[in-house]
Ligand binder design. Sequence first.
Ligand code: XUL
Ligand code: CO
Length: 435
Amino acid sequence: MNTYFPEVERIVFEGVESRNPLAFKWYDRDRTVLGKTMAEHLRFAVAYWHTLKHDGGDPFGSPTMDRQWNRFSDPLDRAKATCDAAFEFFTKLGVDYYCFHDRDLAPEGGSFAESCRNLEIMTGYAAHLQNSTGVKLLWGTANLFSNPRYVHGAGTNPDYHVFAYAGAQVKHAIDATCELGGENYVFWGGREGYETLLNTRLKQEQEQMAAFLHMCVDYAEKIGFSGQFLIEPKPKEPTKHQYDFDTATILNFLRSHDLIDHFKLNIEANHATLAGHTFEHELAVAAAAGKLGSMDVNRGDLLLGWDTDQFPTDLYTTVLAMLEVLAAGGLGTGGMNFDAKVRRGSFEPVDLFHAHIGGMDAFARGLVIAAAIIEDGFLEEFRNQRYRSWNHDGAAALAGRSSLEACSAYIEKHGEPVVQSGRQEYLENLINRFI
Ligand code: XUL
Ligand code: CO
């Protein structure tokens, strides 16, 4: 295998005193926290598209990234070199998982048949590298948004011909994911949304999407793909109105179309904030429905209103996110995928290591702090006190066995309630003591 990161050895844990930028300060994969190792809790994955394929181009300027695996002119040679670089990166970083779109792994060909052939070749290539390194596939997905044919959407396209193309493409993407032992398969609604109602049948487009997803469920069952299907919410970008706006919207869609049993959610931090929520809010809404499947960990920039996909470094956010993940009992077959890209000015290959090390340390530290908060018990104790009336007086109402007459009788007997402080600042101060 060529060496694309010659200046980097395998990244190891050196602890918080270390001044080595290419070492973990907090992520110690075998350290046990609340009965599981850090690696088992966090299940980190590298996003193929950002880390291997992002070239640093933006609307104002040309690519900046120094990526030696891109120097091959033949598309398949380039794809193989990229895959070599990918697995060298995964193993040096020490992550157990990666995620890809079909078109990240294999180039789109001049015809559908050629694209399928490219994907088959690259699936075999990746399978070989998975076997020799032990790195696994967290999830696969299909890119149904880059090619101009998808300009008006894929499953929600006004033209059945494009819908069918998307279905054909997803069939092969599920095949590839299945062959590579993918533990999940993700649907992010790339251009499943609209720009103007003047040319759009909103209700029909949502029905089309439901039909599309039912076909995917049927196909997975047929071929025996046992990975978890995940939908990833995002409120806008690229379209003005994305149908999968947020977790609550998706849960409603899945329930309305008899799909709820087949899907969980893949919650992305920057998508949550674009929807006007916090990351932890979206995690909590998914967990409350038993549908927290996986996470795309990144962060936005509060001063910019778009999907900046930066690496997560904010400890406050990682602590609050880990509190929700631990409360939900973990991520199951999901994981934490770094759907994040280095800034355009961070163009050297080593910057990819700095970025991932920082993100992994931020979540490892978030895990340790969240575990300490849970073990201390003050949050749970505070909530127990706050909701204590529901254990007795309110128990029948909570179980759906009360009535307005019963409320009336209760108030006749007890009169005006004594309102209690929510103590938000007190709790925030306690959280900061742990950080
Ligand atoms: C786009 C996004 C995607 C999905 C996979 O905002 O997050 O990369 O995660 O298609
Ligand atoms: Co994402």
